[in-house]
Design a protein around this ligand. Structure first.
Ligand code: GLY
Length: 394
């Protein structure tokens, strides 16, 4: 167990941190019980279930599973039924909307919600909802390219960020999808039908080949010809630019390949996870705070607590899959990032709704250095895991 590998001082930090998380979230839970938050603005959670977006799509906004995930992790740790009740509100909003979703983010939406509900409580309806979601995700697979299509359902082209070259959506896939694959692995493990796992492994194999650079960094977007499957181009996406290293993308790759190895035992996935981990660790700044892109200029400072927390979760998971000494290096890196956030980037006031304060959606996108619910989710997952709690979601 991870906790036993920690020093006495680290254990003290972890225990105190879990206490702070529980003390804050018990209050936030009550204030946000009928919301699906994506971020806290001026200390108050927004509500994606209530917002009017284009054709009501904010209900299926890709981060909408993380609030439920945080509630389920806290439910598992405390057995307080009120967390489960709040988590199930998100499930009740998302499940009727599945067929509206034209993106690969179904894993991010259903794994921390319905699937975690099933894993923790054995709720059979939640299992059925998770399997239905996996079928919808599997339908996005393009056998010519060997990947799951990231966005849209037609022949559209558009830039991901303002001013960037257009992306031809029919052939585009992104590194983020590596953390949607666990929905497919889980579906095969749960149903006994290998189709889901085979699709996930084809996607992971293609991603290894075309996204992971020699130095262990990863590309955000690769665009394939959707009929021939040939690679056409790649894009910097949410990172600083083409050829750069968007840190959250590195985190999705690190955690995603770790997860693919855990589900399949295919050793190439472990090698890839370790290669990305090495690159990531070598680039962690002295103060432990993670930039939005490892290639961004020094000024202005654009930070990404989301990437830091997701990478920390991946490193903690990876630490249990490798020899002890290497595993200890991974734990050191994870703890360094989490402690940096705790000390310099977290808001522990019980009167405000967000924990982490410096997430960034994309280097060139609005929403720099702000609270995001998925940073908070991964922070909570990481610290609970260090304590030997935390349910395996991905
Ligand atoms: N998956 C989109 C993001 O990480 O912002």
């Amino acid at each position: 167990m991870v906790y036993e590998k920690l020093t006495a001082e680290e254990k003290k930090w972890v225990d105190e941190n879990v206490h702070k998380i529980e003390k804050k979230l018990v209050k936030v839970r009550e204030r946000s019980a009928r919301k699906i938050p994506s971020q806290a603005v001026d200390g108050v959670h927004d509500d994606k279930a209530a917002e009017e977006g284009p054709s009501g799509m904010t209900r299926t906004f890709w981060t909408n599973g993380f609030w439920a995930g945080m509630m389920w992790q806290l439910y598992d740790a405390t057995k307080d039924e009120r967390y489960a009740k709040v988590a199930r509100y998100t499930e009740s909003v998302l499940n009727p909307c599945l067929l509206e979703i034209e993106s690969h983010d179904i894993g991010y939406l259903w794994l921390p919600g319905s699937v975690l509900d099933y894993k923790i409580t054995g709720n059979e309806q939640a299992m059925a909802d998770g399997l239905t979601a996996a079928k919808w995700l599997a339908g996005r697979f393009n056998p010519a390219c060997g990947v799951i299509r990231a966005w849209g359902g037609g022949n559209e082209s558009m830039p991901l960020v303002k001013g960037a070259p257009p992306v031809h959506m029919a052939g585009a896939t992104i590194i983020d999808c590596m953390l949607n694959l666990p929905l497919l692995y889980w579906a095969s493990e749960t149903s006994g039908d290998p189709r889901f796992k085979l699709i996930a492994m084809r996607h992971a194999d293609t991603t290894r080949k075309h996204f992971v650079r020699e130095n262990g960094s990863v590309i955000h977007i690769v665009e394939f010809d959707p009929e021939s499957g040939e690679v056409k181009t790649d894009h910097g996406g949410q990172g600083y630019g083409r050829g750069s290293s968007w840190t959250r993308g590195q985190a999705w790759g690190l955690y995603g390949f770790t997860s693919s190895y855990r589900h399949t035992q295919k050793k190439e996935y472990l090698e890839t996870a370790e290669k990305i981990a090495s690159y990531f660790i070598a680039n962690i700044p002295e103060n432990g705070l993670i930039p939005s892109d490892f290639c961004q200029p020094e000024e202005p400072w654009v930070q990404d607590d989301i990437g830091a927390c997701a990478a920390a979760c991946g490193l903690i998971e990876l630490s249990g899959l490798v020899p002890e000494e290497t595993g200890r290096n991974y734990l050191d890196a994870a703890i360094k990032m989490l402690r940096a956030i705790d000390e310099k980037s977290a808001d522990w006031s019980e009167d405000t709704d967000g924990i982490t304060q410096n997430g960034t959606t994309g280097y060139h996108m609005p929403g720099r250095n702000m609270n995001y619910v998925y940073a908070d989710y991964f922070y909570v997952e990481a610290v609970l895991k260090l304590q030997g709690k935390g349910v395996f979601v991905w």
